[in-house]
Design a protein around this ligand. Structure first.
Ligand SMILES: Nc1ncnc2c1ncn2[C@@H]1O[C@H](COP(=O)(O)OP(=O)(O)OP(=O)(O)O)[C@@H](O)[C@H]1O
Ligand SMILES: Cc1ncsc1CCO
Ligand SMILES: [Mg+2]
Length: 276
């Protein structure tokens, strides 16, 4: 992947992010989450605090029906089982057939061949956005496991950006790689989201909530690239505000929910830091 891959023409203004948040609050999209056992509660609370409407529904009898009726679907493989893979495939196919956006979060994809094979099956259905931490995006792009367990050890590097761009081109979808700076690409343009705080990396489920918030913003009608960058800027700004006074991880998680509810579209217009 050469130097020509970074095209700096895909600017997203703070006003775009602000409008995306206003649309989310106005439309209150139903977000169907097929997510992991660790983060289901905090994900539902994050969506509610943001202004969306969460529903968690894993049963094979109903998952596809609900996915087809929802504003957006989130597929997160954090605590995968063989049965869940089948449910995820059926729900993703239903969302795609209904024309609803769906987000894939490849949690810990490098941890086992089982996860890698499941991810490949799910990706073949054609997500709107793939959102992972840097290690997960590098694993999907190269086929070689990076990172350990569900945590990223991948630094910010040109390699991460090249991996995200290559993956977006191959899948023909948007890709977001989170970390201290989040990278979002559609395979042509690359956006960097500078909002966030180191405490976000010290609580479980911040990446999972980020994926759910991306799904909510896309479910409210935003296009994939600008929508994902807007959602990550919003989440990062809430994290910055929650970190004021340096709380411990427990208080930080509670304050993060409070700030997801408190941040207004005007706050986001003033505080979003997105560069092309
Ligand atoms: N050092 C940091 N500085 C600023 N923001 C951060 C930092 N670390 C993580 N974040 C933010 O936290 C969110 C989650 O990113 P991260 O890459 O830690 O996800 P993850 O590894 O998938 O998390 P998890 O598996 O715990 O859910 C993103 O919105 C990211 O911008
Ligand atoms: C800790 C953990 N293990 C599987 S999923 C998960 C939540 C973070 O993604
Ligand atoms: Mg994650």
């Amino acid at each position: 992947m050469g130097e020509e891959t970074h095209v700096s023409t895909t600017a997203v203004s703070p006003e775009t992010a602000s409008e995306a948040l206003a649309a989310l609050r106005w439309k209150r999209p139903l977000v169907h989450c097929l997510t992991n056992d660790v983060v289901a509660n905090v994900t539902a609370n994050a969506l509610l605090a943001a202004g969306a409407s969460p529903v968690m529904a894993h049963a094979p009898e109903e998952a596809a029906v609900i996915a087809a009726r929802a504003g957006a679907l989130l597929v997160n493989i954090g605590t995968l089982t063989r049965d869940r893979v089948e449910v995820m495939v059926a729900a993703a196919e239903a969302a795609r057939a209904a024309g609803a956006p769906w987000v894939f979060d490849p949690v810990g994809v490098g941890a086992s061949p089982f996860r890698q094979e499941a991810a490949a099956r799910i990706l073949a259905i054609g997500p709107t956005l793939v959102k992972g931490n840097a290690a997960e995006i590098v694993t999907l792009a190269t086929g070689r496991p990076a990172g350990r367990g569900v945590d990223s050890e991948e630094g910010e590097s040109r390699a991460v950006q090249d991996a995200a761009v290559a993956l977006a081109r191959r899948l023909r979808c948007a890709v977001a790689a989170t970390g201290r700076v989040d990278l979002v690409t559609d395979g042509v343009g690359v956006l960097q989201v500078h909002n966030g705080h180191a405490l976000m990396g010290r609580i479980t489920g911040s990446g999972c909530a980020a994926g759910a918030l991306c799904a909510a913003v896309l479910g409210a009608g935003a296009p994939a690239l600008a929508g994902a960058a807007s959602a990550l800027a919003y989440f990062g700004l809430a994290g910055e505000r929650a970190a004021a006074g340096e709380p411990g991880p427990g208080m930080f998680q509670a304050r993060l929910l409070d700030e997801l509810a408190a941040v207004t579209p005007e706050d986001l217009a003033a505080g979003a830091r997105i560069t092309a």
